[in-house]
Write a protein that binds this ligand. Structure first.
Ligand code: ATP
Length: 244
């Protein structure tokens, strides 16, 4: 489980997070939905230990991400907002490198790399260097890096940005498979269809706070709307920055 407890973060005079609290449970896909600038990336970066919160804490399976980032990351697969790939490495080398960072060695590492290459159906890419890869191909490599150590928690920042329909479907299938295996999945998005299609629970964020949370049906019920899109607009007070 991921537990976000009263996180605050200020950049100079911008309050990015304002006492943000929510939980993402195992075996569920939790969507962090909010307009541009709502604080989604800031929140995810604190969870994966890249940023220090001013106050509050983020815990992965009870491990504090700020106090023990290495311990927290052991349990975490990260699909970051900018996936920098090592363009001189082949896909296989790259995924193996990440497996190594997570402590997988020799046979165990080789098996994990081959397994994730097979799961994501990227055998044809495996021995190519990633320089010049398309957005969808880069996404698959980033996903392979995130999954290679079979993490119990998976965090994805705007995972379907720039992807075509086929790549988006592959991504969704992988996330559903991971959920079926009990993985705790947290992803951010400002695309409503994506959230509606995938999420068990939605945390609607605006101005660094939780504006509402619940299942898509609960969000409709609490706003008296039939369509999720209308519910979101009512909760946030505007449709600016949210994509249908
Ligand atoms: N390093 C930084 N320095 C200054 N301001 C920052 C920094 N990182 C984030 N911010 C500000 O904090 C606020 C929240 O940004 P954040 O990137 O977390 O939002 P977001 O919900 O992920 O937005 P988007 O959907 O546009 O990616 C914004 O006002 C942003 O400009």
């Amino acid at each position: 489980m991921i537990n976000v407890d009263a996180l605050t973060k200020t950049f100079k005079n911008v309050q990015a997070l304002d006492s943000l609290s929510f939980q993402a449970k195992d075996g569920e896909i939790t969507g962090l939905l909010g307009p541009n600038g709502a604080g989604k990336t800031t929140c995810l970066r604190i969870i994966y230990g890249l940023l220090q919160a001013d106050t509050g804490k983020a815990e992965i399976e009870g491990v504090d991400a700020n106090q023990n980032p290495i311990g927290a990351r052991r349990n975490l697969g990260i699909f970051p907002d900018k996936f920098g790939l090592y363009e001189r490495l082949t896909v296989r080398e790259q995924v193996a490198y990440f497996a190594g960072l997570h402590g997988l060695k020799s046979t165990e590492q080789r098996q994990a790399v081959e397994k994730v290459i097979e799961t994501l159906d990227i055998k044809e890419l495996a021995d190519r260097r990633t320089a010049g890869f398309s957005q969808g191909q880069r996404m698959k490599v980033a996903l392979a890096q995130a999954l290679v150590h079979s993490p119990k928690h998976l965090i994805l920042d705007e995972p379907s940005r720039g992807l075509d329909v086929m790549s988006t479907r592959i991504l969704r299938d992988v996330l559903r498979e991971q959920r079926a295996q009990g993985t705790c999945i947290l992803f951010s998005s400002h695309v409503m269809q994506e959230v509606a299609a995938l999420c068990d629970r939605v945390v609607v964020m605006a101005k660094g706070k939780v504006a509402a949370e619940g299942t898509p049906q609960e969000l409709c019920d609490m706003t008296g709307e039939q369509q999720l899109e209308d519910a979101f607009v009512k909760i946030i007070g505007t449709d600016e920055g949210i994509a249908a």
